[in-house]
Design a protein around this ligand. Structure first.
Ligand SMILES: Cc1cc2nc3c(=O)[nH]c(=O)nc-3n(C[C@H](O)[C@H](O)[C@H](O)COP(=O)(O)OP(=O)(O)OC[C@H]3O[C@@H](n4cnc5c(N)ncnc54)[C@H](O)[C@@H]3O)c2cc1C
Length: 481
């Protein structure tokens, strides 16, 4: 039986893009279907990863400039810089990335179709354009890479002017003096520190009773200290009842209760950012008679090769649930392509790092100290504080720490946890050592460039080995083994 395409990919985010690139390398004919009439690249290029990071970079540069050189009139960053400056920085980054993605698709002869893709049967996808015209294509394989969208709040509505979501915050016209963020996760924290760097007064109304509970406990304590220093307030276990404008006081009022106090409290602010949960884009996507299983929250269930209940229909990226990130979506899309065309491929082995692009950044991989203890592993930790790094001294970015978690008996590295400038890049050195079952001796026995942030690994390794030595194990004999 012959088909129009070897694979039709529904969705052009990182999962769809990497599947397309890998499939064309196998000489396959690819059609990518995208519902957005204006942009390819999904949340990755248009709503999430790249635009928020471009905004972060601009805010970081402004904060750096402000901290290093001050302001003779004592103005806040938002009085010297305009939102326009940040938006044009973001725009140029997006334009450049969008052009590269489009040119990669063209160079690799990936065809694109704009419209809503729906799987009619095992080998047929119908694409409905925004003008309500339908075209039907046949294909040997299908990849569902439709991603996820933010959930809506229950007690108020996003109007994209006073109450924003993580899409509309990317296009605001002024840097707010005050911003209330309703949310609890990574994106909440990233935007809190981005706007705080611009001088905005930030209050986080956390719907949960914990904040970033997956972090190593000492990193979490360090984060709290920096939040305090920045004047970022977090109220835990909050329910927001109403958000309304107060024209007399020319502000927005947020009415909320906490678990601790049942009385209604009011916060005045210029704007509110709501960061909801993620919800899978699995509605109206396939004929319900098809054997494509969804879990209780609507995410598509696949096997380890990203195959659904139908052997030629795959799903990858956010639509398959956690971890929902561009980094994992890229890998999953490529592996799905390898599986559909029977090309052997190794799934990534070892632990997967996470990265939080706050200012400063947070990143981690492997076991935290507490997790290791819960598993009954005898671990020791080694710490390096940014304030003791020459490079951090030079660039005045002295907040943060790097923590190594390793086995006491053989110094094998089990986890790395970093809070500080460039943490998301720095983590990969630890990841490489862990992937090779290496020990912290690596950081002692190899020459690392100086001055760099990587010096933190050396300092933390010495700190850790000293602690082992003090616990009675012979330091010298460990290093000689
Ligand atoms: C604010 C924010 C910051 C983030 N920062 C990071 C970060 O720093 N690092 C990181 O790794 N990840 C980050 N992420 C997460 C990352 O953006 C997502 O995990 C990633 O984009 C998911 O990729 P995907 O390919 O699964 O889907 P998406 O990128 O969501 O793309 C899905 C595409 O499918 C299209 N689509 C949906 N349904 C249909 C249909 N039926 N027919 C046709 N097209 C359809 C959509 O229009 C969309 O373009 C961030 C997310 C957000 C929101």
């Amino acid at each position: 039986m012959s088909f129009d395409y070897d694979v039709i990919i529904i969705g052009s985010g990182p999962a769809g893009f990497s599947c397309a690139m890998q499939s064309t390398k196998f000489d396959k004919k690819v059609l990518m279907v995208e519902a957005d009439d204006n942009h390819l690249g999904g949340s990755w290029l248009n709503k999430g990863t790249v635009p928020s990071k471009a905004l972060r970079e601009a805010a970081d540069l402004i904060q750096d400039f402000h901290t290093q050189f001050g302001d003779e009139k004592g103005r806040k960053p938002y009085e010297r810089f305009k939102m326009e400056d940040l938006l044009s920085y973001k725009k140029s980054a997006l334009e450049s990335k969008n052009t590269k993605v489009k040119s990669d698709l063209i160079k690799n002869e990936v065809e694109t179709a704009r419209g809503w893709g729906e799987i009619v049967d095992e080998h047929t996808v119908q694409v409905k354009t925004s003008l309500n015209q339908s075209v039907t294509y046949t294909t040997e394989n299908i990849l569902i890479a439709t991603g996820s969208s933010p959930t809506s709040p229950e007690n108020f509505e996003i109007d994209h002017t006073n109450i924003l979501d993580y899409n509309s915050i990317l296009n605001i016209t002024h840097i707010p003096r005050r911003l209330v963020i309703v949310g609890s996760g990574v994106i909440t924290f990233e935007y809190a520190t981005i706007f705080s760097s611009l001088g905005t007064t930030i209050t986080i109304l956390n719907e949960s009773d914990q904040f970033l509970p997956f972090l190593d406990h000492e990193i979490n304590e360090d984060v709290s200290k920096v939040l305090k220093k920045k004047g970022i307030l977090i109220h835990p276990s909050v329910t927001v009842n109403e958000i309304k404008p107060n024209p007399l006081r020319t502000c927005i009022e947020v009415l909320y209760k906490t678990a601790a106090e049942d009385r209604l409290q009011v916060l005045e602010t210029d704007q509110v950012l709501y960061v909801g949960e993620k919800s899978p884009n699995s509605e109206n996507l396939f004929n319900k008679s098809l054997n494509i299983e969804l879990d209780s929250t609507g995410y598509i269930v696949t096997d380890e090769n990203y195959r659904t209940g139908i052997k030629n229909i795959y799903a990858a990226g956010d639509i398959t649930g956690t971890p929902t990130s561009a980094s994992t979506s890229f890998v999953q899309g490529r592996l799905a392509a390898c599986s559909m065309f029977d090309i052997p491929a190794e799934s990534p082995s070892g632990d997967v790092p996470y990265g939080i692009y706050s200012i400063p950044e947070i990143s981690g991989i492997g076991l935290t100290e507490k997790q290791a203890e819960e598993l009954g592993i005898d671990v020791t930790v080694g710490r390096a504080y940014y304030e003791n790094l020459t490079y951090a001294d030079i660039n005045h970015r002295t907040d943060g720490m790097l923590k190594l978690v390793f086995r006491t008996d053989n110094l094998k590295l089990l986890g790395v946890h970093i809070f500080g400038d460039h943490a998301t890049d720095l983590i990969h050195l630890g990841q490489s050592i862990m992937a090779q079952d290496g020990s912290i001796k690596y950081f002692i026995e190899h020459v690392l460039n100086y001055p760099t942030y990587s010096e933190a690994y050396r300092i933390a390794a010495f700190n850790g080995v000293n602690r082992v030595y003090k616990a009675g194990v012979k330091y010298k004999s460990i290093l000689e083994k």
